[in-house]
Design a protein around this ligand. Structure first.
Ligand code: GLU
Length: 345
């Protein structure tokens, strides 16, 4: 065989191999997001479909939450390239409640490394309710996670700062960078929860007794109560979720907020424990790491694609907003948001 033929065949083998690799890569890839009109249509449809849904009840174990308007309903989705899609009420603020736990965990991981969370409260589901004392007793405050109250209060106790004000300001600024605007506390919610948070104080005392809180457990509880009372609208929450979807960089402001390497681990804890006792059911249905709060918000993250948030205060028995679950599941399904779904080869 002459030399030019053999060179040619080597080139074609190379080309074939490249094509094969490309084919496999395309075959196993996640589908791209549909176009802007299709995204908006999915959001509008979910808004209409669940506007009339009147199941569930607003949380009332914190007196101020019982006064929240059950009709508030807003949807916002932000893509990782910073495009914003919305429907419904984007103005009304609710208290962020448990959704804050995600961002406090992120802050501690930024400041002290991801191992600090793993070592202090753990990254496992408890199988118990979010404010369970049994869950603390079971493993002496370990083998839990930063998204249930005892682990969350311990995480707040790990935020660095000279004194109460320094810790609080640093935390609020961090949340604000995720949201892309300066957030503030809903003082009536804070006051109401601070007057009735004896159970959280007890959890904090136990966490302190077992060595998971080093400083003042009552200060940690109070800062935690304040962080739960931060006011957010659907747009704020979607920006926060989209920052996680975008490896820690806020796609709207363009500012890096969280360490990119920590984000997969944050999402893992959200997937495990984000929707209280129904976290497994939610993950089974949507594949999306998410976090709900008793204020009526839910955030969900489709990594690399979008962050979505819905606010609607009426909750189901597990404490998750009913309309928010339905709307997010439908929208994500329409947009191919489930990260476990890859195109068949
Ligand atoms: N501040 C609330 C509490 O500690 C948060 C509960 C929640 O949203 O799950 O009970």
């Amino acid at each position: 065989m002459n030399r030019s033929v053999s060179l040619l065949s080597r080139a074609s083998v190379g080309l074939l191999a490249t094509l094969l690799v490309l084919c496999c890569m395309t075959g196993a890839a996640r589908a791209a997001l549909p176009d802007a009109a299709a995204i908006q249509a999915a959001i509008d449809k979910a808004y209409e479909d669940y506007k009339g849904l009147e199941e569930g009840a607003v949380a009332d174990y914190i007196p101020a939450l019982a006064k929240v308007d059950p009709k508030v309903y807003g949807i916002a989705l932000v893509t990782t390239d910073g495009k914003v899609y919305t429907a419904g009420d984007l103005k009304t603020q609710v208290s962020i409640q448990s959704i804050s736990k995600v961002f406090t965990m992120a802050k501690v991981m930024d400041e002290s490394g991801p191992q600090s969370i793993y070592d202090n409260m753990g990254v496992d589901a408890t199988g118990q309710v979010f404010n369970s004392i049994v869950a603390v007793e079971q493993y002496k405050g370990a083998e839990m996670n930063a998204l249930v109250n005892p682990g969350a209060i311990a995480a707040t106790g790990m935020v660095k700062g000279e004194n109460y004000d320094a810790i609080w300001n640093s935390l609020l600024n961090y949340y604000s960078e995720f949201a892309g605007r300066k957030l503030t506390v809903l003082e009536d919610v804070y006051k109401s929860e601070a007057e009735t948070n004896q159970r959280n104080q007890a959890l904090a005392m136990l966490m302190y007794a077992y060595g998971h809180i080093e400083g003042d457990p009552l200060q940690a509880t109070d800062i935690y109560t304040r962080q739960c009372s931060v006011g957010v609208n659907a747009q704020d929450l979607a920006n926060m979720a989209a920052t996680l979807a975008n490896a820690g960089k806020n796609p709207v402001t363009g500012k890096r907020v969280a360490t990119a390497e920590n984000v997969p681990e944050i999402l893992a804890v959200m997937a495990t424990a984000g929707l209280y006792d129904d976290s497994g059911k939610w993950l089974y249905r949507t594949g999306l790491p998410a976090k709900s709060g008793v204020g009526g918000g839910i955030i969900a993250v489709s990594p690399g694609k979008f962050g979505i948030a819905v606010i609607s205060p009426p909750l189901d028995a597990a404490g998750n907003s009913i309309r928010a679950q339905e709307a997010i599941a439908d929208i994500s399904n329409a947009l191919g948001g489930n990260p476990y779904v890859v195109q068949a080869r």
